[in-house]
Design a protein around this ligand. Sequence first.
Ligand SMILES: CC(C)(COP(=O)(O)OP(=O)(O)OC[C@H]1O[C@@H](n2cnc3c(N)ncnc32)[C@H](O)[C@@H]1OP(=O)(O)O)[C@@H](O)C(=O)NCCC(=O)NCCS
Length: 155
Amino acid sequence: MKDMTNGLVLSAMTIGDYPEVSALWNTIRGFAIRSVDDSYDGVARFLLRNPSTSVVARIDGEAVGAVLCGHDGRRGCFYHVCVREDHRRKGIGKAMVLYCVNALKKENISSISLVAFTGNGAGNAFWKSIGWRMRSDINTYDLILNENNVVRFNE
Ligand SMILES: CC(C)(COP(=O)(O)OP(=O)(O)OC[C@H]1O[C@@H](n2cnc3c(N)ncnc32)[C@H](O)[C@@H]1OP(=O)(O)O)[C@@H](O)C(=O)NCCC(=O)NCCS
């Protein structure tokens, strides 16, 4: 696997990164952006509960990738794993995942789960190539608690 991550700086995401990270999310085709969860307040709440496990990737000071990562004391979870389109296939996604995995290990978390849309070819290829196991023996269930948390899909 290629490693072209020279000049890449990974740091724990803080709420100060929100404007840049949110702008990046808006450029990622296929992303589901939630009006409450992905708002400034929603992300601030997530980062307050999970202060050290999310990451921003920067090159020359510019945010080129990000992962929202947290845990509930038992299982880790990843959301909005993304790399700016013009910086893909350089190992940045893999480097960010490693950062988050190590941050979760420090908190004694034993496993991580994430959701990938079945139609997301690149996303699914990525997880498989970095050694994650696709589960075909489980269904996922949702219960909507806040109807105001409206989902918008980026085109
Ligand atoms: C998925 C994503 C984060 C990967 O980031 P990335 O920095 O390009 O990934 P890496 O360079 O670390 O890739 C590692 C390996 O994953 C595999 N991979 C990554 N993108 C791939 C693609 N489009 N097609 C096939 N394999 C791919 C390759 O094996 C790659 O190694 P290689 O380039 O040496 O062949 C990026 O494509 C992205 O932001 N996609 C849109 C958002 C998204 O779908 N996120 C995942 C949601 S579940």
